[in-house]
Design a protein. Structure first.
Lengths: 451, 305
């Protein structure tokens, strides 16, 4: 036991003291925080207001376009030719030309500009024009005026509440948490699993392994390395969380005003082309169903739900499945490392190990995220090779402790005991085998050697 | 008393037998040479003694009883394929390896300081291993191997990578370790150092032991009845000798001649001498024993035939 402890210490300390660890530990949170902060910063910056000259030959659109922070309208009456000439001299951005036509069947409007308009401007103009025209038709053909129209419009938002706990929940938040949890597990297993593999290869190519296995059993060396690196991972993870929180909170505190302003502006303007920060993380559009709630109400309710989520459960299941999944795969990575002489030879053995991981993340993000209670999700969260990722995606949506969590955890423990046992057999032969290209047949034979 | 005794040790790997019923005895406080061509099975045997792998049949006795895991604390092993963690500092690493052998941190530190001073390498303590030359790394590895004062030391090609000065320092240390009570198993292809250091040897070829015994006895047994004689002058000595003596080589100066003469099996050493005495002045007379190198090559070749 003392020897394993010595090995764990060495594996941990040499890695934590490395410059690359320190750099990654501090750079990671900055990168993660910037995913959240940069869009806010960009959005809170005003790009300047663009003025669009409306040359309306139909007369139907006069003073009808709604102005926003980004786009203002002036209505002009010159002919197109002079308007184009004047545009060169003025600071205005573009001319929106609405040609005379039967207004019930207009074909196209034209936008003349020197610089190409952004997608958001194009969408805004297009949608505004359609809306105005629709309203006009409703009024002229069916006699429905704007007031009547406003009074029949309905906007229902779906508030989800759990019967047992009577807590409100936002599927969007569960979705995001599941997404982040699954991705984190996936990256952690890969990152630290391959660190284990590289560590084993290093010991083998350094030829230090034979010196060490004359003092300790190969399995002690393997377990010490795996546990040591797990602790490096947990340390890094903890530091990342703390640093990311620190950065995000200090940023939010400094720019609190701008963020609220931005949020308000966001929801009243409802500019379809603009990025809501969560869009950047792949969240579905949260706005459409929530329009009837006022911006303040909506935002604060979302925050309430965000803070009322049981993070205790999420964090301890995350830690369990992170450690369990890591142990399961790290043993396999260690076995691969022991069987080869250099990293280039790992390819043929990496494939069967990476396939279940990639499969889990792909199915997890595309399918399980949308059907967290389906039978596919259930079974994949039982199989130890996929359960760490799939379970982390499911947990934020709520899982039953007795039928889902406990069986999955027990199987995961059994799973990593099995892979460790298997890996130890390959490992103890592999680390002493030099200069030999190893095949699967060879690996199978190693399993049967006497220790 | 034998410190190590191998009894019918057999080890098979898929498709080939690495050791075939090998038995040998390593007497206490002696230097034992484990010889054999590449791939003969020496490293496998050493790994079995170190309990890195287990034999399929047979057993190893350590001080008379079957070897068991706690015994490895009594073994220091310097493998042929050896290395150190390149990115670690020398001192840190030596401490780590010493602690793995069961020394406390405190003990390890005190002993390392002692050895580092002896080898005049104290200034390396805070250097990274990758900054050292190969020979320097070997020195550190040697120190780490002997540091915990094990009863049994196993050196696999200990001199490779060393310059002659360091080789002689190392030889001295090995002999001193033996005098202090250690038993040493020594595997090498350098036959001159075998003659110089080893008390006993075993020769393994193609997974079988084909020769074992005391170095002196083996050389005597393989003696080819050859004598080297130094005499005065350069008289026609071949005419003086009985034709059953065969002169293999004559080297002469103006005053002395050195002859190599082979006698017949039934001759005793004194027979040749008595033939010479009275006819020439004999300055020296000695039996020429075959070198271990010759014995190695002859034995391996005849085993192959």
């Amino acid at each position: 036991m003392r020897k394993i402890w010595l090995i764990i210490q060495r594996e941990y300390l040499t890695r934590v003291k490395k410059r690359s660890f320190v750099v990654m530990t501090f750079l990671g949170p900055i990168l993660m925080a910037s995913v959240w902060i940069v869009p806010l910063l960009l959005a809170s910056r005003t790009e300047g207001t663009k003025i669009v000259e409306v040359l309306d030959e139909t007369g139907l659109f006069y003073e009808q376009f709604k102005e926003t922070n980004e786009i203002k309208f002036t209505y002009i009456t010159e002919d197109l030719q002079t308007a184009k000439q004047n545009l060169a001299k003025s600071d205005d951005f573009a001319i929106l030309h609405i040609p005379r036509s039967e207004y019930t069947t207009p074909k196209a409007f034209y936008l003349y500009s020197y610089k190409k308009p952004g997608l958001s401007m194009k969408m805004y103009l297009q949608e505004s024009a359609n809306k105005i025209l629709e309203n006009k038709k409703l009024e002229d053909v069916y006699g429905i005026d704007e007031e009547t129209l406003a009074s029949v419009k309905s906007n229902i938002s779906l508030v989800v509440e759990d019967i047992e706990t009577s807590k409100k929940s936002y599927t969007e938040i569960s979705w995001a948490l599941g997404f982040i949890g699954g991705m984190l597990i996936y990256f952690f297993i890969f990152m630290y699993g391959s660190q284990v593999m590289r560590g084993v290869i290093e010991e083998k190519t350094n030829r230090i392994v034979e010196v060490i296995v004359s003092s300790v059993k190969p399995i002690q060396l393997m377990l010490g390395k795996i546990v040591g690196i797990a602790m490096v991972g947990l340390t890094q993870f903890l530091l990342w969380i703390l640093l990311t929180l620190a950065i995000v909170t200090s940023f939010t505190a400094i720019y609190a005003d701008q963020i609220t302003k931005y949020k308000m502006g966001q929801e009243t303007v409802a500019n379809p082309g603009q990025l809501f920060p969560s869009d950047a993380m792949g969240m579905p559009d949260t706005q459409k169903g929530l329009e009837s709630l006022s911006a303040d109400e909506n935002f604060s309710q979302m925050l309430d739900v965000f803070f009322s989520i049981n993070y205790g459960v999420i964090i301890w299941t995350f830690l369990f499945f992170f450690v369990g999944g890591y142990l399961l795969y790290a043993a396999l990575f260690a076995a691969i490392g022991s069987a080869v002489d250099n990293e280039a030879d790992t390819q043929q053995f990496m494939l069967p190990v990476t396939i279940p991981l990639v499969f889990a993340i792909v199915v997890g993000l595309s399918f399980v995220l949308n059907n967290p209670d389906g039978s596919v999700a259930y079974w994949l969260s039982l199989i130890p090779l996929t359960s760490p990722i799939i379970m982390m995606i499911r947990v934020p949506f709520g899982v039953n402790i007795y039928t889902d969590l406990i069986p999955s955890m027990v199987l995961l423990v059994l799973g990593f005991l099995f892979t460790t046992w298997l890996a130890a057999k390959v490992y103890r032969t592999g680390i002493l085998m030099y200069g030999k290209k190893v095949s699967y047949k060879e690996l199978w034979k190693w399993l049967t050697y006497k220790a | 008393m034998n410190l190590i005794q191998a009894e019918n040790v057999t080890k098979r790997f898929a498709g080939h037998t690495a050791l075939d019923k090998v038995s040998l005895e390593v007497p206490d406080q002696s230097i034992f040479g484990l010889l054999g061509p590449n791939g003969a099975g020496k490293t496998t045997l050493i790994r079995i003694i170190n309990m890195i792998t287990a034999p399929d049949e047979g057993q190893i006795l350590f001080s008379g009883r079957p070897i068991h895991p706690p015994d490895i604390a009594q073994i220091g092993y310097l493998p042929e394929e050896r290395g150190l963690y390149k990115k670690m500092k020398v001192g840190e690493q030596a401490l780590y390896l010493a602690q793995l052998k069961g020394l406390s941190k405190h003990q390890a530190q005190a002993k390392l300081r002692e050895w580092f001073e002896k080898f005049e390498i104290s200034s390396w303590w805070n250097k990274k291993v990758e900054e050292l030359s190969k020979g320097m790394q070997q020195k550190v590895q040697f120190v780490v191997t002997v540091l915990h004062e094990p009863k049994l030391l196993i050196f696999d090609e200990p001199f490779s990578g060393f310059d002659p000065i360091n080789v002689s320092i190392l030889k001295e240390e090995i002999l001193r370790l033996k005098d202090n009570g250690s038993t040493i198993i020594f595997s090498t292809h350098n036959m001159a150092s075998v003659e110089e250091l080893c008390d006993n040897i075993a020769l393994i070829n193609k997974s079988k032991k084909i020769l074992e015994g005391r170095v002196m006895d083996i050389r005597k047994q393989h003696g080819s009845n050859t004598f080297e004689v130094e005499i005065s002058g350069n008289s026609d000595i071949d005419k003086m000798l009985d034709p059953s003596y065969k002169i293999l080589d004559i080297q002469g100066s103006s005053t002395h001649t050195i002859l190599k003469i082979r006698t017949m099996d039934h001759h005793k050493p004194n027979d040749l001498l008595s033939q010479l005495i009275g006819k020439v002045q004999v300055h020296s007379y000695r039996e020429v024993l075959p070198t271990m190198n010759d014995i190695f090559i002859d034995t391996v070749k005849s085993a192959q035939e």
